[in-house]
Design a protein around this ligand. Structure first.
Ligand code: HEM
Length: 228
């Protein structure tokens, strides 16, 4: 909504639009939510097979056999979808010198003194940690998952190797759920972040407060005169 300012001396009312900054293109948001939906289905079907007490979750997929059949297919689809997201975002998630300084002052952030931390690009170290965590865990899960996908790859690995693959698959699945919880918690905890992935925009204040270096880059790009 436009903010209005009344000037007594001139009787003029001036309306100004609050600053909004575009953070994600539509295709990136669709890619993100599609990946998220696949991963949630993957978690539900995987946990249904992982622990007998959660077997009732197989009802969501039409029973045990269907859940067993669809789980690896969902896994491959989720990895391919994440790969598209990864290709768009990996450069922005590379570590930078300011990330180290930022991490050394994390107590200031928790105490609500974000202004004492260095200016950041598009992502902070926590977001980068989640990004690379998801990447390595999904890679581990798809590789170990194919090793134990007996329906299509019955003789790919020996039985002892397959046993290790089952263990690695289960541990990385539990870790990836923890990483996902951190991701969702951070998205909700940092007020104004969710709109980045829903409307694709954040407020100027959010960008100034949390990712000032990125905001400066966006502003610089917009200031550039169009090419002749
Ligand atoms: C299901 C609940 C989820 C919610 C509420 C959620 C929310 C968000 C939000 C708000 C952002 C924007 C953060 C920002 O730009 O500062 C974001 C970014 C992102 N999300 Fe999610 N997300 C969810 C699930 C997932 C899943 C399942 C994955 C992938 C496995 C994922 C991967 C990503 C990635 C890669 C980014 C870009 C951040 C980066 O590159 O570091 N998200 N998410």
């Amino acid at each position: 909504m436009a903010e209005r300012e009344f000037s007594e001396s001139t009787d003029r009312i001036v309306a100004t639009e609050p600053v909004e900054v575009r953070r994600y293109a539509t295709h990136t948001r669709i890619n993100h939510w599609f990946t998220a939906a696949l991963i949630i289905l993957l978690i539900l079907s995987g946990f249904a097979l992982f622990w007998p007490r959660l077997f009732f979750l197989t009802a969501l997929f039409g029973g045990g056999q269907n859940a067993r059949y669809i789980h690896p297919i969902l896994g491959v689809a989720a990895c391919l979808s994440f790969l598209l997201l990864f290709l768009q975002l990996w450069r922005l998630n590379l570590m930078r010198r300011e990330d180290v300084v930022w991490a050394s002052k994390i107590t200031d952030l928790l105490a609500g003194h974000e202004e004492r931390l260095p200016e950041l690009g598009k992502y902070n170290l926590g977001q980068k940690f989640v990004f690379w965590g998801m990447f390595w865990l999904l890679l581990t899960m798809v590789v170990s998952g194919i090793m134990i996908w007996q329906q299509f790859f019955p003789d790919l690995v020996s039985i002892p190797v397959r046993r290790w693959a089952v263990l690695v698959h289960a541990i990385s699945a539990v870790l990836s759920v923890l990483v996902l919880i951190v991701h969702v918690y951070a998205a909700i905890w940092t007020r104004g972040t969710l709109s980045a992935m829903t409307s694709g925009k954040v407020t100027g204040g959010w960008a100034w407060k949390h990712h000032r270096k990125w905001l400066r880059e966006v502003a610089r790009r917009q200031d550039k005169p169009p090419a002749e």
